[in-house]
Design a protein around this ligand. Sequence first.
Ligand code: AMP
Ligand code: MG
Length: 342
Amino acid sequence: MKIGKLHILNVLALSIMLAGCFANNAPLEKESFVMGTVLSQKIYGKSAKEASLEVESKLRSLENDMTVRKPGGEIYNLNLNAGVESVKLGFDSLHVLREAVRYSQISEGAFNPVLGPLIELWGFAEHPGVPGKREIDKLLDLADYRDIVIQEDWAKLRRKGQRVDLGGIVKGYAADVAVGIYRSYGIKSAFVNLGGNVAVIGDKPDGKPWIIGIQNPRDIHGRYIGTVPVKDASVVTSGDYQRYFEDDGKRYHHILDPRTGYPAQSGLISTTIVTESSIKADALSTAVFVMGLDKGMELVESIYGVEAIFITNDYRVFVSEGLKGVFKMNTGAERYKYHEKR
Ligand code: AMP
Ligand code: MG
């Protein structure tokens, strides 16, 4: 497969050459609440403040366009008119919807952007609870991504009751948009984290790569099982610990298997994707979580420039070819066993 590892090593060499370019520059560090989650920005360079404000305002507008929980937005209207008529969409919604369908195809339906009714039924947003199997099966029939029709500037859902939910991909897109805004201001070094969707521009100003921690899925927030160094890349994790509830001692998490309508039980509890684009990392991390270790790793290895770290429910950590020797396990994560690929 591809040359992920080599590429990262070259990147390290390049970053040493660039060391000093931005020395002595204090970054702008900012946290805000956008798209239902925390947005952290760390930006080096003259126009950091303007760029950070533009990112905030653009992300708020993306949230309005694509949220399914507040009336008035583009995707909300698309859902409202399911089975009735087509709805005009702006560039961003159309793009995210097209990409969502593309990743559904690539993952053979493991990624599915029309799980709206099922996600609502499980109540992950507000009132979680285990639904009856009959109700689940009824809604499963509506979850066919091939019923999304997309044309030049409009889209349509073929059947009444169908509803798009872009929760598995939209934060990644937003992180890409943030990176685009930073670049438009000439920024050469920045870090953005939107609810766990991380994207970075360049190296850190000291010429060293950004070191991204991978959350230990069974420890408190901020405790990492390991780290991965990156430059001009995105790191996105899907996990069964990110949103879940327990009932009768059983964990029910927010990533549904579109074949069953129940939380995916693929044997994986955390899937991280490292690649250049955040929308790709976001869609793939969700998809491979559903696909499981073997099929998920196969998909990762088949796409150029995509790397992954998978953690199984029996505490094994698998990394793809290009992360061998790059991903570093933390010494504190004793419970976990490191494996290089399946
Ligand atoms: P992520 O954290 O990116 O893995 O996305 C999880 C979110 O995506 C959930 O909270 C749902 O809104 C949505 N979702 C759940 N299951 C799927 C799935 N199989 N495909 C696409 N989106 C999903
Ligand atoms: Mg995702």
